[in-house]
Ligand binder design. Structure first.
Ligand SMILES: Cc1cc2nc3c(=O)[nH]c(=O)nc-3n(C[C@H](O)[C@H](O)[C@H](O)COP(=O)(O)OP(=O)(O)OC[C@H]3O[C@@H](n4cnc5c(N)ncnc54)[C@H](O)[C@@H]3O)c2cc1C
Length: 397
């Protein structure tokens, strides 16, 4: 049997499509296998740090993203109980000047569509829906992925971009279910017309409180308004489409300033996410099979980097494949070696930022004073290692 050349990608989320696009652009035949009956993303916002815009630039997607993104003038944090301003970082000045790339926000579905359209424009990328990968096997010649339908596909490699509950990860890492953080998120998106002017903010604005926070920002050129309310809870529901309980939410935010309560009251239906992550691991590959995005390094959302790190993964994987001339066993090792410490650092730092946002008592006072002591820019600069990102032109030189 001749060695198969096609690359199989399990999962057509932002990570899987980014990988398919990167590999497809390099001329490789790629097949994306998505379990859902249609490609799509849930309605919610995603923040895009300068490190992610650096990737868009490298991938030739900046313009497509710019057309649907929103560029907030600042990142702010207010105390949810008193309304006092804790910190505000002017983004236009700092992000562009310090990192050479902007800080934007985007509707998840719009970012997903950018990658979907980019993949569709490549004749060597095949996009399949209703194709759930059940298991895989491999030998020296290649990989065989078995779908739940019983169909078997052969490939030169398999990239598991199948998210938080990854099947491929189960077979490679075997670390069981994700770690339930004890935090849950309620999300909603409102049309601009439904947000009164006194509640609207162009900034990404986070209202931090004891074991709670609310973050909101505009989406899609300012036509939509994204809200995510997070609080501590012991609930656990897998998936991204469970409905939230509005009574529980208003109880959690009972101490919030009237402006926040008024805003929360505008929403009738919330969708709920149970927030999970995993301990970082150094090895998420086996032979010709590797993981990417949330399957490899799921993280809490407090640094707003999960999708961004998935896109960086895709760029690094592409560079590793190019560098090794298509030797997949070598390429996946090179790729994970270049990624695990950076993504592990984001995973662990995100947990710490959750504690900062939800601080109470002395920790809350300290946080507020530290930020208010004129160190707001320093707060942003403390994440320099993350926002500077990776230089795609210097990988594996
Ligand atoms: C509240 C919240 C806020 C966030 N905010 C941000 C942010 O501001 N910025 C940011 O960068 N990130 C953010 N993230 C993180 C980001 O959403 C994820 O990291 C990112 O979507 C991961 O993409 P992925 O493609 O790896 O996984 P997913 O998006 O989970 O995609 C996995 C895909 O694989 C499919 N699939 C699963 N199993 C199989 C199978 N066996 N066979 C075939 N297909 C399968 C699924 O249907 C899905 O389409 C946030 C996350 C949360 C929860």
């Amino acid at each position: 049997m001749p060695t198969p050349t096609q690359i199989l990608v399990a999962g057509g989320g932002i990570g899987g499509l980014a990988a398919a696009y990167v590999l497809g652009r390099q001329g490789l035949p790629v097949t994306v296998l998505e379990q859902s009956t249609a490609f799509g993303e849930i309605g919610a916002g995603i923040q895009l740090g300068p490190n992610i815009f650096r990737m868009f630039e490298h991938l030739g997607l900046t313009e497509a993203v710019r057309q649907v993104a929103f560029f907030p003038p600042g990142l702010g944090m207010n105390d949810v109980r008193t309304g006092e301003r804790v910190v505000r970082v002017p983004l236009g000045d700092i992000a562009q000047a310090a990192y050479g790339f902007p800080y934007g926000v985007i509707y998840r579905a719009d970012l997903h569509t950018v990658f979907l359209e980019a993949c569709r424009a490549l004749p060597n990328v095949t996009l399949r829906t209703g194709a759930k990968v059940e298991s895989f096997a491999q030998d020296a010649q290649g990989v065989r992925a078995t779908l739940t339908s019983g169909e078997v596909l052969e490939g030169a490699a398999l990239v598991g971009a199948d998210g938080l509950w990854s099947r491929i990860r189960e077979a490679i890492v075997g670390d069981g279910k994700p770690r339930v953080s004890g935090h849950i998120a309620y999300r909603a998106v409102l049309p601009r017309a439904e947000v009164p002017a006194h509640l609207w903010s162009d900034d990404v604005l986070l209202w931090g409180g004891e074991k709670t926070h609310l973050v909101h920002y505009p989406l899609r050129r300012g036509e939509l308004f994204n809200l995510v309310a997070v609080f501590h809870s012991n609930k656990y529901d897998e998936g991204w489409n469970t409905f939230g309980d509005t009574a529980e939410l208003s109880e959690r935010f009972a101490q919030a300033v009237p402006q926040v309560r008024e805003l929360l009251g505008k929403i009738e239906t919330w969708k709920m996410w149970v927030l999970c992550d995993r301990e970082p691991v150094a090895n998420w590959s086996q032979g010709r099979v590797t993981l990417l995005g949330d399957a490899a390094h799921p993280m809490l959302q407090y640094l707003a980097q999960g999708a961004g790190q998935a896109i960086e993964d895709a760029v690094v994987l592409g560079a590793a494949v190019r560098h090794t001339g298509g030797d997949w066993t070598q390429a996946v090792q090179l790729y994970q070696q270049a990624r695990y410490l950076r993504t592990g650092r984001v995973q662990l730092t995100a947990r710490f930022y959750g504690d900062i946002y939800h601080a109470s008592g002395v920790a809350r006072e300290l946080r507020n004073r530290m930020f208010q002591g004129g160190q707001e820019a320093a707060g942003f600069a403390g994440l320099k290692w993350m926002y500077e990102g990776i230089d795609p032109d210097r990988l594996f030189r």
